[in-house]
Design a protein around this ligand. Structure first.
Ligand code: ADP
Ligand code: MG
Length: 225
């Protein structure tokens, strides 16, 4: 599904990513780990086409995304959902409305939205909070609404950049369990995190990145830094 061939990314004279070779298949759950500044977010930004590469190639389902026109990027992004550490729900909208708004922006019809949103909230275990506002939810619940929002256009790939960064242990575990469930339902998931304890519990493929290079690859890995 995703193939990086000798990818190089520079923001400054220093390389943020330095010769990344990587292949991720449909249906995988991959944890991308490494210290702050290692290049995790950069790698995810390249996948959604938010940053451009300075060398190499990135293929998504055999399409070279480095050659995709800017005007065609929205089509690529529609395949992908993304969640961040910084959750950014609309504060004056309920859980339902936050997810519905994302679908409106994508141009979905009202009747479809009315049907789909409850299903997605059910999936993330928050149907009972559909009329609650963000300030009436825990951090973990808010992140689960953000995940529901990211899933609203039915992406084949979900990217999560430090999604548990602002959460306590219990809420973080809830979010990871949800990501695993989404993966089991068929969505490919890439989780970027520096949280060793979380990754060790997941026991899935781990890619360790240090100073812009992949240093360790493990199939049922543990995070070793
Ligand atoms: N917009 C930017 N401009 C300049 N340097 C950047 C920018 N974004 C990231 N970097 C640098 O690229 C490197 C990798 O950053 P990043 O991908 O954010 O790492 P991580 O997500 O693993 O913490 C770091 O050295 C960081 O300072
Ligand atoms: Mg980061």
């Amino acid at each position: 599904m995703i193939k990086f061939e000798n990818v190089i990314k520079r923001y400054t004279s220093q390389k943020a990513l330095d010769g990344i070779n990587l292949q991720i298949h449909h249906g995988e759950f991959v944890s991308l780990v490494g210290l702050s500044g290692a290049g995790k977010s950069t790698l995810l930004k390249l996948i959604i086409g938010e940053e451009r590469i300075d060398g190499g190639k990135i293929l998504i389902d055999d399409v070279d995304i480095t050659k995709v026109k800017k005007s065609d990027l929205p089509y690529l992004r529609r395949k992908i959902g993304m969640v961040f550490q910084d959750i950014k729900l609309l504060p004056k909208r309920t859980a339902f409305e936050n997810v519905a708004f994302a679908m409106e922006v994508c141009g979905h019809r009202k009747d479809k939205i009315a049907k789909e949103v409850p299903k997605i909230l059910e999936l993330v275990g928050l149907l009972h909070k559909k009329d609650n506002f963000p300030n009436e939810m825990s951090g973990g619940e808010k992140q689960r609404v953000a995940i529901a929002r990211a899933l609203s256009h039915r992406p084949v790939l979900l990217l999560a950049d430090e999604p548990t960064g602002n959460l306590d242990e219990v809420n973080a575990a809830e979010v990871i369990d949800l990501l695993l469930k989404i993966n089991q339902l068929g969505t490919t998931v890439i989780l970027a995190t520096h949280a060793a304890d979380l990754v060790n519990k997941i026991k899935r493929r781990v890619i360790t990145i240090e100073g812009g290079k992949i240093t360790i690859e493990q199939q049922k890995g543990k995070y070793k830094l």
